[in-house]
Design a protein around this ligand. Structure first.
Ligand code: MF3
Ligand code: CO
Ligand code: CO
Length: 279
């Protein structure tokens, strides 16, 4: 093992060792399997509470730990963010603008799950569609998904975090949508949230330099309208200030010698909500 591994960079970012990739891959796979399993549960009429109950059962069935239950007082195994909710939507709470937690035809949902497997954290989120989406909602989802993948394509040793942010921002803004500034990705590994803050906007060449052995999430939130958000009185739910529709996708990745290893790939090929569906 090269002696530069298992250290902390001057930017405070941990460099993991070769053997640690297997731990992250196992944790990421469990998160992805749970996100695969919940896909069939999302339909008009379901409640966010029932979806979270399903996820809790999936976590327990696999004998792993939810990283979000008990995290800063959060009490659920998932965040479920519907339509203009940007992130951290609380399952079972009234969907903002509605009198219940029931999902309706045409809703778009982000479901975000983080599990701990043998001490390693796997953090991923995807979009789901209840029934038939409006064309503009589908376009938002597609652009957000592609922005994440373009961010991941920028990952390699020697690139910078600004290169990742720039790749995401350029794609989003080329489609006249906006990148949320108020939330970011994060380092993770044997902890949930660690340096660096992974911004989803930026200038090429700016920010810390990526090195082999870094583990972090990329999790862009994209709005159809303006980027500003506001957190509701529950202290969690973040919505778009202009009530425009918002989407998010999140992968946990590791920097390899030549690029990125995505730890949270969907075993069932369901990462994008329209994949795996009969045409
Ligand atoms: N999984 C989220 C993330 O991507 C964090 C959720 S924290 C919670 O970082 F407490 F809201 F669940
Ligand atoms: Co995350
Ligand atoms: Co997450």
């Amino acid at each position: 093992m090269d002696e530069t591994r298992g250290r902390i960079t001057r930017d405070g970012i941990r460099i993991y060792e070769d053997g640690d990739f297997a731990g992250m891959a196992a944790a990421g796979r469990v998160a992805a399997e749970i996100l695969d399993a919940v896909a069939a549960q999302v339909r008009p009429g379901c409640t966010t509470e029932a979806l979270d109950d399903f996820i809790t059962a999936e976590v327990e069935r696999r004998g792993v730990i939810s990283a979000t239950i008990g995290y800063k007082g959060y009490r659920h195994a998932s965040c479920i963010s519907v339509n203009h909710v940007v992130c951290h939507g609380i399952p079972g709470a009234k969907i903002p603008g509605r009198s219940s937690s029931s999902v309706l035809e045409g809703d778009i949902l982000n479901i975000d799950v983080t599990v701990i497997v043998d001490g390693w954290f796997g953090d991923s989120s995807r979009m789901y569609i209840a029934g038939t989406p409006k064309p503009f909602a589908l376009r938002l989802i597609q652009v957000t998904h592609d922005a994440l993948m373009k961010g991941i394509e920028a990952v390699r040793p020697g690139a910078t975090f600004g290169d990742i942010g720039h790749a995401i921002q350029a794609h989003v803004e080329a489609h006249r949508m906006s990148v949320v500034r108020d939330f970011c990705g994060h380092g993770l590994g044997r902890v949930f949230h660690a340096p660096p803050n992974v911004l989803h906007y930026g200038r090429p060449g700016s920010g810390a330099v990526l090195e082999e052995g870094m583990f972090f999430t990329i999790e862009p939130m994209v709005n159809l309208g303006r980027p500003e958000t506001k957190v509701l009185a529950d202290d969690w739910t973040a919505i778009t200030r202009d009530k425009s529709l918002s989407a998010q996708f999140e992968h946990s990745v590791g920097v390899t010698a030549t690029g990125a290893q995505i730890f949270t790939l969907s075993p069932a090929g369901l990462f994008h909500p329209t994949w795996g569906q009969a045409a």
